[in-house]
Design a protein around this ligand. Structure first.
Ligand code: GTP
Ligand code: MG
Length: 289
């Protein structure tokens, strides 16, 4: 597809009663949030998962489509979600195409293929609101499990996380997962939007990669405040896996080591002021673990 578009439909009605919503009630937050939902032929997942996402949990739901031909984009428009169709292939270019349309201070990336549990959306945001720069819904933190992993992906995720922790003195349990929230302005602060951050591994392994693993590494290099919550990963609902295990695995692994030698940048923190303001107004601000 060569066009990028935003739906001009009116804002959707609140979720109807027949939609079963689980999780805590919405709360007012000192930041706005965009739920960013990448899709590539995910109509089965969209139909079963999106009705479980309360519109009140976030300020914008933006479907970021990679050229689906199975009715995913039609579903998005019919249900009044904002929609961007990416112009260039590759998930990181999809994110780049979405950036101008993201209205939230915070981005929460969410997979509608069944892998991300909807009721954790407010839990992740509550944790961010405690003052974190990034919150990850980890599949491997104590109390969580992945039903989507096979032996190879389970080993790969373990190896990647262990490598990042060893190289950068981290304590992650999941450096790869898409299900995470972070401040939009971290994208430019960490140069996630620069081709030079990816060009060598992409050229070496002839593939296009995403930015979550690099975000994990650079967040730790800059000693940002990172938290994880346990987040089960149910098995995929219909559709097909897009993951290219060997090419992406090789490119990410190369990237982890390359980061040891390249990329240093003074941190200019431009986000999160609203949380600091709130904290200074109320010394007893929410301190749940
Ligand atoms: N817009 C867009 N979405 C994509 C692209 N590749 C994958 N996705 C979507 O991104 C979401 C997350 O995909 P992943 O869960 O990381 O990958 P997967 O194919 O489900 O593989 P596993 O979950 O690892 O088994 C899914 O909804 C995919 O359809 C892409 O190139 N562009
Ligand atoms: Mg998936």
């Amino acid at each position: 597809m060569t066009t990028s578009s935003i739906s001009a439909l009116p804002r959707p009605l609140p979720a109807s009663e027949d939609r079963k919503l689980v999780g805590p009630p919405p709360r007012r937050r000192p930041f706005t949030t965009t739920l960013l939902v990448p899709t590539l032929n995910e109509i089965d997942g969209m139909r079963s998962v999106m009705p479980l996402v309360s519109r009140e949990w976030v300020d914008q739901i933006l479907i970021l489509d990679g050229g689906s031909t199975d009715g995913t984009t039609e579903y998005a428009l019919e249900h009044g979600y904002d929609l961007v169709v990416q112009r260039r292939p590759g998930i990181r270019f999809a994110y780049m195409d979405a950036l101008p349309h993201i209205t939230g201070d915070v981005i929460l990336t969410f997979s509608p293929d069944g892998n991300s549990l909807p009721h954790l959306i407010p839990v992740v945001l509550d944790k961010l609101q405690e003052g974190h720069d990034m919150v990850i819904a980890s599949r491997y933190l104590e109390g969580a499990k992945s039903d989507d992993d096979d032996l190879l992906t389970a080993f790969g995720n373990w190896l990647f996380t262990r490598t990042v922790n060893l190289l950068y003195r981290g304590s992650y349990t999941d450096v790869m997962v898409i299900y995470r929230a972070y401040w939009r302005e971290m994208i430019s602060a960490l140069d996630l939007d620069k081709d030079s951050s990816y060009s060598t591994p992409e050229w070496l392994f002839q593939t296009l990669i995403s930015w979550e693993p690099l975000l994990s590494v650079r967040a730790i290099k800059q000693r940002l405040k990172i938290a994880e919550i346990p987040g089960d990963e149910p098995a995929r609902v219909g559709g097909e896996r897009k993951l290219r295990i060997f090419k992406w695995g090789a490119a990410y692994y190369f990237q982890f080591w390359r980061e040891l030698l390249f990329w240093r940048k003074p941190l200019v923190r431009t986000w999160g002021q609203s949380l600091l303001d709130l904290a200074s107004e109320s010394p007893t601000i929410d301190d749940r673990g």
